[in-house]
Write a protein that binds this ligand. Structure first.
Ligand code: SAH
Ligand code: SF4
Length: 370
């Protein structure tokens, strides 16, 4: 190791151990691109993970219960305007069956995710399935909801029906970039999406948000702004992953990302590591999209500070129709195969699995009981 390398290592370590990171320090860490530097940052974040949330990975069985969506986000494969996919909606029975699978497999929690539909029938359906899942699993399954923007009244109804965590990615906190990747209309309003995060907090949810990394036109400064927003908003959970092109979307046709997929992958790992250094006791998901780029993507994220993984429990026959992005992994496996595969993958990296536990955000507990 030469002298310059040693100085760089010392700098990375000193910054990483600081109590509160400044914007320029965040930008410095995010910009690290040499393999050894990325690994060092990853290890430092992993140390903080061990100290504050232990080396335990919690499972959230991901059930993509409907791909109907009234929105037209420019990057997403299931946007309303994509007429090349079969639209589906799982029946109540299929949803309950999947939830019972997760419960019996001792996953601890599930995430119910879908496109965004705000009509009364869809909202009532979500309330009904939440209640039924609670009842059929003796209230033992933690439930996260991720079905987009709703009114406060609807968020409250979902909460009362049994959802206690909500995931709504802000996608980017850079307003200008937000409007480059969404149509500019009332359905895709940045302020409204932001406001939804505040409404979710008011309703009592553990609130999760996140961004896509490596979007066309996104800068390191913009990503640093995202991390600062997570800290200022005092978020409980974060799910962030690389942007991956989908050829049937307007964004694919409009602009290509400046970064290669590999660069987006490494930048995502850096985002996770820096976030763990900044917010030591939140839950951070190892996004499935990472695995679309690197077969060991999620495991690498767990080694870089993430502590949540979302095994897919959507029935196999629907998986090919929930392609938010291309090259989505595990679309040919059923839930049982995913379970066994993940079990050994996680043990291999030295983490324990929090079987049968909700694995709530410790940050949330401290937030409500300071
Ligand atoms: N409809 C809900 C939840 C489903 S979409 C919502 O939008 O909140 C879940 C997430 O998938 C989105 O928040 C977005 O960050 C991610 N996503 C969509 N298209 C993507 C793409 N092309 N690459 C990477 N992530 C994508
Ligand atoms: Fe619909 Fe969510 Fe995709 Fe936007 S990101 S088009 S809201 S599913």
């Amino acid at each position: 190791m030469n002298k310059a390398e040693t100085n760089q290592n010392i700098l990375i370590e000193n910054i990483s151990r600081k109590e509160k990171l400044e914007r320029n320090e965040i930008e410095f860490l995010l910009s690290l691109s040499e393999k050894d530097d990325i690994n060092q940052l990853s290890q430092l974040a992993n140390e903080e993970k061990s100290k504050h949330v232990q080396n335990i990975t919690y499972f959230r069985g991901l059930l993509e219960f409907s791909n109907h969506c009234e929105k037209n986000c420019f990057y997403c494969g299931i946007r309303k305007g994509n007429q090349h996919i079969n639209r589906y909606q799982l029946s109540r029975e299929e949803i309950i069956q999947a939830a019972e699978f997760a419960w019996k497999s001792r996953y601890g929690s599930i995430v119910l995710q879908s496109g965004e539909l705000s009509d009364a029938k869809s909202v009532n359906f979500i309330c009904d399935i939440l209640q039924e899942i609670r009842q059929k699993t003796n209230g033992e399954l933690g439930i996260t909801l991720s079905c987009g923007e709703h009114t406060k009244e609807n968020y409250q109804r979902f909460f009362e029906a049994g959802a206690h965590r909500y995931l709504l990615r802000i996608e980017t906190t850079d307003r200008e970039l937000y409007y480059k990747i969404h149509p500019k209309n009332a359905l895709h309003n940045f302020e409204n999406r932001l406001n939804c995060l505040y409404l979710l907090k008011e309703c009592g949810y553990q609130v999760g948000t996140g961004v896509m990394v490596g979007l066309p036109g996104q800068t390191i400064s913009s990503l640093a702004g995202d991390l600062l927003f997570f800290r200022d908003f005092d978020v409980d959970m974060v799910g962030l992953g690389p942007y991956i092109e989908h050829s049937q979307t307007p964004l694919f046709k409009m602009a290509q990302p400046e970064l290669s997929r590999e660069q987006r992958f490494h930048l995502t790992l850096n985002m996770i590591s820096v976030l763990r250094l900044m917010m030591k006791n939140i839950n951070i998901a190892a996004a499935t999209a990472l695995q679309a780029i690197d077969l060991m993507g999620r495991e690498k994220a767990l080694k870089a500070g993430a502590n949540i993984i979302m095994p897919n429990i959507t029935p196999k026959k629907y998986r090919g129709d929930y392609l938010l992005y291309e090259d989505k992994p595990c679309i040919d496996e059923d839930a049982e195969e995913c379970k066994d595969c993940l079990d050994w993958r996680i043990r291999m990296i030295g983490d324990e699995i929090g079987y049968g536990k909700w694995g709530d955000s410790q940050h949330f507990d401290k937030r409500i009981n300071p």
